[in-house]
Every structure is written in C-alpha cells, then in structure tokens.
Design a protein around this ligand. Structure first.
Ligand SMILES: [Zn+2]
Length: 324
C-alpha cells in the first residue's frame, strides 16, 4: 500500500462520516413520494387518473465525492495524453459515467511528438471519452460540458485538471437524476495540454472533436469547459475567448447569483476555444493561479472542496436555465 493508497482509504473514511461510502444514497431532503392510493369507482365508468408525482430532484453536489475523484485521478500519476496512466484514468472515468446510466464511447485521434511544458513527448494516439444520456441524438439540439483529463508529463494534475473532471462527473450524476431541458453530452478530453507552441499544438482532443462534427455542429447550442476549477480563491473566473459570442459567459455569470465571480475575456487556453473558433457559443470556468501549476506539486491538497462546489453550482444553475 503506497502513500496514495493510504490517502484513498483515508478519503473513504471521511466519506463514510460525511455521506456514506455507497453511491446514490437517497437525498434526505427529498422524502420518498407517498405510496399510491388505489381508488375504486363504482360502476367503472371513469378510469382514475393518477396524480403525477413531484418531478425528481437531484441529490445535491457532493463535495466529498468530488474531492475523492480528484484524489483518485491524481493517484494515477501524470496522465500525459498517450500514456498508460491516461488510458487507465480514462477507463475509470468511462465506468463512472456508465454507473450513472450514460452510454460511453471513445474517440481516438493522433497527436504529434513535441515538447510538453519542457519535456519531450512522443507521437501516438490519445482519445476523448464521450458520455451520452439515454436516447441521445447528436443531430438534435444539445449542450456539451467538457473537462480535459490529460496532464503535462511532470504533474499528477489534481487541479489541472482532475478538478474539472470531478465537477463534470458530479454534474453527470445530478443530471441523470434530474435531467435538464436540453440533453447534455459530457466529454473528458484527451491531449488538451500543449505539445509545442501556438494554437495548432494545443487542445488536440477538442479540436478533433469539433472537426468531426460536420453538420451536427449546429446542434451544439453551447459548450462549457471546466478547467482548473478547484484552486482556492475569492471568486470563480468565468471567461470566453473574445472571438465569438460572450453569451454563454454572461449566462454563467447570471447563473452564479450570489457566488462571487471574476469576469474575463480573451482566455483561449482551454477546450472552449476549439468550439468558439468553430462558431459554437462557448465559455470556460476556472483558471485561478496556484503554486503547483504544471509541476509535481499539483496534488490533491491544492484543491478546495468549496471552490469545486461553487463551480458545480454555477454550471448546474446554468444548465437548469437553458430553454428546451
Ligand atoms: Zn488545464
């Protein structure tokens, strides 16, 4: 049992105290609907129409579960886009989506050799993990929530970007329990991190995804990237690339309500930029600077549960406000 293993056990102990270690515990705030009362009518002339029950309410954002995801993903070590650790982490993310009832596919794409944050990396393949709700049709209007799963070669990537994946998985769990007006496709992107300088050598997974959309691009009504959403700070940064529409950013700011936000423009350093370049309305949550950035110091203690919950709440409110 390594140090990481002990950490996981400790996390599970904490989870047991906070929320129990079993997934999908019923929300104590949502009592079970009353048992159906069967009415009988004499003569059988008019059938009894059952009163519809309350619409389902998702169990709230679970900080402990999100922090456990961060710790688990960091435990794989650096998840460079073509590494075995990346593939293992992606497989784990797939099983998590499937446990919530999503249909998951893998989208492979080539990546070049190059230098990633000063370290030589080889050419090869990475893949996106794409999770769709039941009955999903990519040609019908939908939203995309994305978070990159890969890291630079020297970092276990707790904040960059296990934090975004952790919030994404919680949102996927919540939406499975309480769907929004528009269907939502979730994507864990591979190879977001640069393998050289310039736009072309960055965001490979999302650039590939967008390039494959063809006519269905117009079905993507909006995209939100969750990237570095756990470093503690006084506010949640919300940005877009400054090229396309700022509508999604503005909607996210409105969805924040009383949660403090920092409104930014011209942030082009995450997967939202691939969508924005293709004319799809997009925005990004996150990007507070922190000491362990792109280093071995990007460990779970960097990540703050309250900050994850704030990013989750903003995105959840935004999802609920989208017209069907
Ligand atoms: Zn990142």
């Amino acid at each position: 049992m390594g140090a990481g293993e002990r950490y996981r056990v400790a996390m599970c102990g904490a989870l047991l105290v906070l929320a129990g270690c079993t997934p999908a515990t019923p929300n104590p705030a949502s009592p079970a609907p009353p048992a159906t009362i069967t009415a009988t009518t004499t003569g059988g002339a008019s059938p009894v129409t059952p009163t519809p029950g309350p619409s389902p309410t998702a169990r709230p954002f679970d900080r402990a579960a999100a922090l456990a995801t961060v710790a688990h993903l960091a435990d794989y070590g650096p998840r460079e886009a073509r590494s075995a650790a990346y593939r293992k982490a992606a497989e784990w993310v797939r099983t998590r989506f499937e446990s919530y009832g999503y249909t998951v596919s893998s989208q492979e794409f080539p990546i070049p050799a190059g230098k990633s944050w000063g370290i030589s990396v080889h050419a090869g393949y990475s893949h996106n993990v794409i999770a769709d709700p039941p009955g999903f049709d990519p040609a019908a209007p939908h939203l995309v929530i994305g978070a990159h799963l890969d890291t630079v070669p020297q970092s276990p990537g707790a904040e960059d970007n296990a934090s975004g994946v952790a919030v994404m998985l919680e949102l996927a769990r919540m939406l499975a329990e309480q769907p929004a007006g528009l269907p939502v496709r979730f994507i864990a992107f591979g190879a977001e991190e640069p393998r050289g300088s310039g736009d072309r050598l960055h965001h490979f997974g999302s650039q590939y995804y967008v390039a494959q959309l063809g006519d269905t691009a117009r079905s993507v009504k909006a995209m939100v990237a969750l990237d570095r959403v756990g470093a503690p700070g006084p506010a949640v940064p919300i940005s877009f690339g400054g090229k396309g529409t700022g509508a999604v950013r503005d909607q996210l700011v409105a969805a924040a309500g009383t949660i403090p936000v920092t409104v930014r423009e011209s942030n082009r350093t995450s997967d939202h930029w691939s969508f924005e370049k293709a004319g799809i309305p997009a925005a990004r949550l996150g990007s507070i600077p922190y000491a362990g950035y792109h280093s071995a110091g990007d460990v779970p203690s960097v990540v703050d549960g309250a900050q994850l919950a704030a990013a989750g709440a903003i995105t959840w409110n935004w999802l609920r406000a989208q017209p069907a």
